[in-house]
Design a protein. Structure first.
Lengths: 689, 433
């Protein structure tokens, strides 16, 4: 009994930590429909501010006021006012991408401001490691005591406010239907902002309270807490605060018991434990009901007029020809300089860009074309990479191993798609994220897969007498793979599957209504996407020659989505541009001082914030803008009397996002319906040659 | 394609071409100019364990500043022009190594302190002289890679490390726990310690060599250690993990446990974590920093290190990583002096690999660079220190030296392990204290 208690008791403060964050997540999710993945980042900022203030000699109460009562709510309010107020009626991807951007941007900005020096956590009330009393002969420390008492009190207070106060009533009304609440005189805008402030207050409190659980103040600790908090929120069906609290504490205890009773020193004990919340999350998502109906929303949503169809842009022949010539020039320049002018490391950089383009193509197919959110692409990339490595170790020719890696990744994609069939929207994203966590913490650690942190060595391929050992030769090989796979994606886009995927992206229910087998389509999309990611991973492994689990950490899945969404998720060209841009900017920023090492991620994260208004991506938007201006200039130069016969309709029908229902306008909030005064805001993915 | 992409690509190509353009004043050897030698650093400044690696640049820079202030070597200043951060990522490490050589055109890579050293293969293949903190097996990849106290590390599963068994015997420990991260060098380093403990019949009561890094919760491990009656713990984690371990033991009532930490011998660390570090032991490949105050003038190399560090970086406290930077720079300079004015990478590598006894001026136990790439050498010496209050104190050793030296290899025995006494020839200091 004593041993059981000694495992059980330390789980309670961790459970409380999950609960604090889970309650914050539920608040914002219920009030604004946004799954605030940046919650952990907000907690991190408060912990840093609190630590710095105390270090600078501030009294504890002043540090608390600034870190918890001012800084964190201010960040939350800014997030709501500047970003998420515009996403209330938007689709899940529009809500998710900016949240992912903030998850990456907030710690990056913090690091740039405070530097990379190690920061020690400071305790809020009791001395964290001092034993205050014994419970059934098990010592109880200050950290355990303070975290538990404060969490239970705060969650109880929040539950009381939501259940019994006027504010709680208004918040619940806004959750049900913002429009209906407004008809009753409730300012849903203001109520939603209040929910964000309260939730951010919890983030701040969580940051300050939980920091002493760790030896240093680190953003990754809070991100890890967040993923467990999501599982706790799922247990409470994203609605019930008391059940969320109980679920969170249960989760913390279960983790400790697992750690205690699983054999030590094994991958199961070290890996399953951090991955356990995601096993719980996967079960809760698939078994629960709340997130299974992503399209259920405001009962008054049907009062909206149907979405205005996106304009089908036309281009003058001169502009089209000029654009294509420019494309050819840039591609030619890229190839020529890579092979002739640049030093070896840049040859490597451009090759890496091509390999990343292949990986990003998998996101284009799944998310851009099919509207399915995957936050676990890095797991498929890793699966491909390690398959190639293992096969190469067993004397399979590397080129064959690359192809087989795609096959295995495809099979994994199909397996992951099966439970996802019951889900939709953000829930699919969370499920795939849970798979990525499981892969990083368990699957990739075994010697027969990724061999843990030691990793694998993967040779460069050869085809008979042709060796691809040199960077220049490998560049050509990667280019051939890119052209072939981009062609495959284009063929899918042009074919029936592409049309069906476009319909699925527009509305899952609408697609089913017109006879599309949505379940089959989702499995096909996941399988194809995983296959492409797997081949990309195998090429990445062969390019790098030495890979480990760190190359495919679950965080890369989030970064991949942010990068592709920021550049342009709807087109093949967007994936290629994203890959090349990412590799080039990574190299250009690699020589900056370490405090700016997050600059690369920050650039894309900030670009992702624009997704709310420009879901086509900043590069795609910029391309359209440039082509519009070029067209205006051309028309101006040609003078009056220009006939429409001289125009070329270059917009391919299949490149347009589906606009079959109101869901599409939600996915493209920048459409003329919502911004009639903004003629430039046409969330139209133009054709990309 | 598009304007933005084109602009970025143009910028990239321009940057690449500019960096590729040869310097008109350059000689035939990359990075060697009439009045300067360009070197570049590769360090894990960000990632899970930055504090472990980042200070190496300070140590190297302090040494180079001192040498440059005296006119450099053979009329050339040594310019530590670039420090690249590999973000503790294996793939970025390899990429940054290529950048240093192909783009920054460094003559040598100094210092290196990285979580993984995948770039080592490329540097070895290109014969680039490379100096730094040896915690990765890649340091054995070629004769141009020089670890701070030899390039050989026995990462085989059967490797044995005698020092923890010696400390356990000194404390009459009955049940020892060994903890390590699930990171190769941490795991393999501690596996050698487990083997050593078993070889010398010290009971290993608890073993967990797969803790996820960085450590975030050690309650289960500590509870199991308590159940097993552990009275000594050996840790191959980083400072953060060790502090968490110590605090968790305190919170669960496990006091009076002897602790041997692989890292954390750092003045600023003991000021920050005074209570957590109390009584912990550390073993070092170099003489302790405290000898400067305890035995002034006996270890002139250590005196000089601390003096120069204070002079050039007054806010930086001595640490084992900073010292690794200093000794790495000292090895480069010693090699450069041997080569003289007609400098090439090959000549430098050959010159260093002919050094019979390198001690960085009485700081290290002697390293024989004729064999130090492939074997651990004839001497197995460490200096032990213990955290006491806000300071460290040297412990064990022999009347003639702060180093504790063991036979190589030490034969299996049921009797207490004895130190080599007197210390073998060549072990600093030359004079008795």
């Amino acid at each position: 009994m004593s041993l059981f208690l000694s495992y059980l008791l330390p789980g309670i403060p961790y459970g409380c930590a999950y609960a604090l964050m889970a309650v914050g997540l539920v608040l914002t999710y219920r009030a604004s429909g946004v799954f605030n993945l940046a919650f952990g980042a907000q907690a991190y900022v408060s912990a840093v501010v609190f630590s710095i203030a105390l270090h600078d000699g501030w009294p504890g109460w002043a540090a608390f006021v600034v870190a918890v009562l001012l800084a964190s709510p201010a960040i939350g309010l800014a997030m709501e006012r500047l970003l998420f107020r515009y996403t209330r009626t938007a689709g899940p991807l529009v809500k998710l991408v900016p949240a992912l951007g903030l998850l990456i941007a907030i710690p990056a900005v913090t690091q740039m401001v405070i530097g990379t020096a190690t920061r020690l956590p400071s305790s809020l009330v009791l001395e964290p490691w001092k034993v205050y009393f014994h419970l059934a002969s098990t010592p109880v420390s200050g950290e355990e005591l303070s975290t538990t008492v404060i969490t239970v009190a705060v969650v109880a207070a929040f539950a009381l406010v939501l259940r019994s106060s006027g504010l709680g009533l208004r918040m619940r009304a806004v959750v049900e239907s913002p429009r209906m609440a407004e008809l009753s005189g409730v300012r849903s805008d203001r109520t939603s902002a209040t929910a964000w402030v309260l939730s951010s207050l919890l983030a701040g409190l969580a940051g300050v309270l939980l920091a002493p659980l760790y030896s240093t103040v680190s953003a990754s600790n809070f991100t890890a807490l967040l993923v467990a908090a999501i599982a706790a929120a799922a247990i409470g069906s994203f609605t019930s605060l008391p059940i969320t609290l109980i679920g969170a504490i249960g989760l913390g205890i279960a983790q400790q018991l697992l750690a205690g009773y699983l054999p030590s020193g094994t991958i199961l004990s070290s890996g399953l434990r951090p991955a356990f919340p995601f096993v719980v999350l996967a079960v809760a998502l698939v078994a629960g009901r709340t997130l299974r109906q992503p399209e259920a929303g405001d009962p008054l949503a049907s009062c909206d007029p149907p979405a205005v169809a996106f304009r089908a842009p036309t281009r003058l022949t001169e502009v089209t020809v000029g654009s294509r010539a420019f494309t050819a020039l840039v591609v030619g320049m890229l190839v020529a300089t890579t092979l002739v002018l640049v030093p070896g490391n840049w040859e490597f950089v451009f090759t890496l860009g091509i390999v990343l383009s292949i990986v990003f193509l998998s996101i284009t197919l799944l998310t851009g074309m099919g509207g399915q959110i995957s936050l676990g692409q890095a797991a498929f990339v890793g699966a491909g990479a390690f398959t190639a490595g293992q096969l190469a170790m067993h004397s399979v020719p590397v080129l064959g191993a690359i192809v087989l890696a795609g096959v295995l990744a495809a099979a994994l994609g199909a397996v992951v798609a099966l439970p996802a069939l019951r889900l939709g929207g953000i829930a699919v994203g969370l499920l795939t994220l849970s798979f990525a966590l499981l892969a990083t913490n368990v699957l990739f650690l075994y010697p027969w897969s990724g061999n843990g942190a030691t990793g694998l060595t993967v040779p460069r391929p050869a085809l008979g007498p042709i060796s691809f050992a040199g960077n220049g030769a490998f560049f050509w090989l990667a280019l051939v793979f890119l052209v072939v796979l981009a062609g495959v994606v284009k063929l899918v886009q042009w074919g029936t599957t592409g049309q069906e995927l476009a319909a699925l992206r527009g509305s899952e229910r609408g697609s089913a209504a017109v006879g599309i087998d949505v379940r089959r389509l989702r499995v096909v999309a996941f399988t194809l996407s995983a296959a492409i990611a797997g081949i990309g991973g195998a090429l990445y492994a062969s390019l790098q020659q030495s890979i480990s689990v760190n190359d495919f950490n679950y965080e890369f899945s989030l970064i991949y989505v942010v990068v592709v969404a920021a550049v342009g998720v709807y087109s093949v060209a967007g994936a290629i541009e994203a890959g090349i841009l990412y590799a080039v900017l990574m190299q250009l920023t690699s020589t900056l001082p370490s405090r700016y090492s997050s600059l690369l991620a920050l650039v894309f994260a900030l670009a992702a914030l624009t997704y709310v208004r420009h879901s086509e991506g900043v590069v795609a938007y910029a391309k359209a803008w440039v082509l519009d201006r070029a067209e205006q200039l051309t028309r101006h130069l040609q003078g009056p009397g220009l006939s429409l016969a001289g125009e070329a309709h270059i917009q391919d029908r299949t490149d347009r996002p589906a606009v079959a229902s109101g869901d599409a306008s939600a996915e493209h909030p920048g459409s003329p319906t919502e911004h009639p005064g903004s003629p430039d805001v046409h969330a139209v993915p133009r054709s990309h040659s | 394609m598009v304007a933005m992409l084109a602009v970025t690509l143009l910028a990239a190509v321009l940057a690449a071409c500019v960096s590729a353009a040869p310097d008109a004043s350059a000689g035939q050897t990359t990075g060697v100019y009439p009045k300067r030698i360009v070197v570049g650093a590769l360090v894990s400044e960000t990632g899970p364990l930055p504090a472990l690696f980042a200070p190496i640049v300070t140590g190297a820079r302090a040494y180079l500043d001192m040498v440059n202030a005296k006119g450099g070597v053979a009329g050339r200043r040594i310019d530590l022009a670039t420090t690249l951060d590999d973000q503790s990522s294996p793939s970025i490490d390899a990429s940054q190594a290529r950048t240093l050589v192909d783009e920054d055109h460094v003559f040598a890579v100094l210092p290196v302190a990285t979580a993984s050293f995948t770039g080592g293969k490329f540097l070895a293949a290109n014969g680039v002289p490379t100096f730094g903190l040896n915690v990765n097996p890649q340091w054995m990849d070629g004769p141009s890679l020089f670890g701070n106290s030899g390039s050989y590390v026995n990462f085989s599963p059967s490797a044995t490390v005698v020092q923890p068994a010696f400390v356990a015997q000194q404390h009459h420990a009955h049940a020892v726990a060994v903890l390590a991260y699930n990171i190769a060098q941490s795991q393999e380093g501690c596996q050698g310690m487990v083997n050593g403990l078993r070889k010398y019949h010290v009971p290993v009561a608890y073993e967990d060599l797969s803790i996820p890094a960085p450590a975030s919760d050690l309650h289960a491990d500590v509870t199991r250690m308590k159940q097993a009656g552990v009275d000594m713990v050996v840790s191959c984690m980083d400072l953060g993990g060790d502090v968490l371990l110590s605090n968790t033991m305190r919170a669960t009532g496990m006091t009076h446990v002897t602790q041997l930490w692989a890292t954390g011998y750092d003045e600023s660390a003991i000021r920050q974590y005074t209570s957590a570090m109390q009584g912990a032991y550390f073993m070092e490949p170099n003489v302790p920093f405290e000898v400067t105050k305890l035995h002034p003038g006996v270890y002139p190399g250590m005196d000089l290190f601390q003096k120069m560090l204070k002079k050039h970086f007054p806010h930086t406290k001595p640490s084992e990583t900073a010292l690794a930077g200093w000794t790495s720079a000292a090895l480069l300079v010693q090699g450069l002096r041997k080569v003289g004015r007609h400098l090439t990478r090959k000549r430098l590598v050959r010159a260093i690999n002919s050094i019979k006894s390198f001690t960085a001026g009485t700081i290290l136990a002697p390293v024989d660079w004729r064999t130090a790439h492939t074997s651990s050498g004839p001497l197995n010496c460490s200096a032990f220190v213990q955290a006491r209050g806000k300071r460290f104190a040297p412990v064990y050793g022999t009347p003639k030296s702060v180093f504790s030296c063991f036979k190589t290899p030490t034969p299996p025995t049921t009797r207490p392990i004895s130190l080599l006494n007197p210390v073998p020839a060549g072990v600093p200091p030359a004079r008795a204290t």
